[in-house]
Design a binder for this molecule. Structure first.
Ligand SMILES: O=P(O)(O)OC[C@H]1O[C@H](OP(=O)(O)OP(=O)(O)O)[C@H](O)[C@@H]1O
Ligand SMILES: O=c1[nH]c(=O)c2nc[nH]c2[nH]1
Ligand SMILES: [Mg+2]
Length: 167
């Protein structure tokens, strides 16, 4: 178990926002691959990386998509990251020309484990916190370390009381 700062703030991301930010990530990565700017494959870090990876693969016309499963969090508490499913190493190799996508980097421990697996891959996240930021090659939006990011798949629309009550 790792000691973690309390999360004083919440950053709530809608599907629409996630779509726009993942598209911005694809835009930034476009033309940066080693083969005339193209990327060979996308590897999503499950599960949070799957939606952004799909959007990036769609925008950059990458048809080879694989996953790596790293388990470390149980709700907001972190344990040592463990790779419980690897991508097809015959296809992915050392990661040259491969884009690894995750929704966010927080402490950087998940990406540290992934990088050991695919040392030559380009690792990109949509969101980054300062502690993990040095671990990623590319990201779109930085949020403070004491912020918990809430993703659309963890939320639901619900009624909110008006500021001024009428009863
Ligand atoms: O930089 P770190 O401190 O390692 O944290 C970042 C990781 O934590 C979350 O995944 P989680 O392990 O909760 O699994 P999930 O994607 O299946 O929700 C998030 O999606 C990142 O993968
Ligand atoms: O949904 C999430 N939001 C976060 O801010 C975070 N940090 C690590 N893992 C996380 N999962
Ligand atoms: Mg994850």
């Amino acid at each position: 178990m790792t000691d973690r700062l309390p999360h004083e703030k919440g950053f709530h991301v809608s599907w629409d926002q996630l779509h726009r930010d993942a598209r911005a990530l694809a835009w930034r990565l476009q033309g940066q691959g080693p083969d005339e700017g193209a990327w060979r494959a996308v590897v999503a870090i499950t599960r949070g990386g799957m939606a952004p990876a799909m959007i990036v693969a769609r925008e950059l016309d990458i048809r080879v998509v694989d996953t790596i499963s790293v388990k470390s969090y149980n709700h907001q508490t972190q344990a040592a990251p463990k790779i419980i499913k690897s991508p097809d190493m015959d296809v992915i190799g050392d990661g040259t020309g491969v884009l690894v996508i995750d929704d966010l980097v927080d402490t950087g421990k998940t990406i540290e484990a992934v990088r050991r697996h695919m040392p030559k891959a380009q690792i990109a996240t949509v969101y980054a916190k300062p502690m993990g930021r040095p671990q990623v090659d590319t990201f779109i939006t930085e949020v403070s370390q004491d912020t918990w990011i809430f993703f659309p798949w963890d939320m639901a629309l619900q009624y909110v009381k008006p500021y001024r009550g009428t009863d």
